[in-house]
Design a protein around this ligand. Structure first.
Ligand code: 13P
Ligand code: SF4
Length: 309
């Protein structure tokens, strides 16, 4: 019954998508049916690149606001829709442009690197943008004699500092979903399956990352398990990630690290809302042109830098 309804919704979405010359982009944490329906599914970096090069007139962004905003910044002439207007990223809202301006005043020599999980206003105040896939490369490319402000994720920032050996000035932001994954979740899973490989997102807390075999963006996780000979993985990130992992390695077993890694905002997007979004062109993302142009500079620099492999 449910299956038939989902199938009907999917067919209607496909039809309307063609009529509107729309493309459906979905993040790896989206509910499984949305991922399966999307024209492109990926991590924040892959989605930014895809949004910049698509020829569609309409982009339906199945993810959270900062991702749709990034698409709008890179493709200002396109209509970019977020199917749920309240699907935000709490981490992105942990620093405002005003707070960043104050921080810059305290460190006038510093270059600002902002994680893509940030508002357009914060991107506009930044020199470089980065995702978890290329943060290390972005920081490595910066002159050694300049201090670096890294906002808003302290956990990604610490990972980058450790990888590059650079002393970053960190903002105390964090992802409320990833910090719920505990060290005990990993230890318990490891006790049960000692041979399993632990993969974790750099947004996780430091004790969790210390127990991981690899720290990877969601896109990098897919590349990693594709090449790995292991048959069992413990996955320390948002649970939506299990779906694309299972698709690339149907022979392997993927275990979530505990049961709390669920991003409520990512789960706000449903098939019903995607259909409504395409029907009524809701909810369009707008970014004031002056902010957009400034934010585009920092994003453009990011898109030009290749992701870490
Ligand atoms: P990725 O860029 O690795 O897909 O991560 C985005 C995100 O929001 C992680 O919480
Ligand atoms: Fe933001 Fe965390 Fe959700 Fe990613 S998982 S969108 S960082 S709240």
């Amino acid at each position: 019954m449910e299956g038939t309804r989902a199938q009907r919704l999917m067919n209607e979405i496909r039809e309307l998508k063609a009529k509107r010359n729309a493309v459906l982009l979905a993040h790896n944490y989206q509910p499984a049916p949305i991922q399966d329906l999307a024209d492109f599914c990926g991590d924040s970096l892959g989605l930014s690149i895809e949004a910049a090069k698509t020829e569609a007139e309409v982009i339906v962004f199945c993810g959270v606001r900062f991702m749709a905003e990034t698409a709008k910044i890179l493709s200002p002439d396109k209509t970019v829709l977020l199917p749920d207007r309240w699907a935000g990223c709490p981490m992105a809202d942990m620093i405002t442009a005003e707070q960043l301006r104050d921080l810059k005043q305290k460190h006038p020599e510093a270059l600002v690197v902002c994680y893509v999980n940030s508002t357009a206003d914060v991107k506009a105040e930044s020199d470089y943008c980065c995702t978890s896939a290329n943060a290390v490369d972005v920081v490595r490319s910066l002159p050694m004699d300049r201090p670096i402000l890294f906002v808003p994720d302290q956990h990604l920032g610490r990972f980058v500092a450790q990888q590059t050996g650079r002393d970053l000035i960190l903002w105390p932001g964090y992802c409320p979903t990833h910090v719920l994954i505990g060290e005990d979740d990993i230890r318990r899973a490891k006790e049960q399956y000692p041979e399993a490989v632990v993969i974790a997102h750099p947004e996780c807390s430091e004790p969790v990352k210390d127990l991981a075999d690899a720290l990877l963006s969601t896109g990098q996780m897919l590349g990693f398990v594709r090449k790995s000979p292991a048959r069992r993985f413990i996955v320390a990130t948002e649970v939506g990630m299990l779906h694309p992992l299972q698709k690339v390695r149907p022979d392997a077993e993927f275990l979530p690290a505990g049961s709390r890694g669920i991003c409520p905002n990512m789960k706000k997007i449903t098939l019903e809302k995607v259909l409504a979004s395409l029907t009524d062109l809701q909810f369009p993302i707008e970014v004031p042109e002056d902010i957009r142009r400034q934010a585009e500079r920092s994003l453009q620099r990011m898109v030009e830098i290749l992701p870490e492999k």
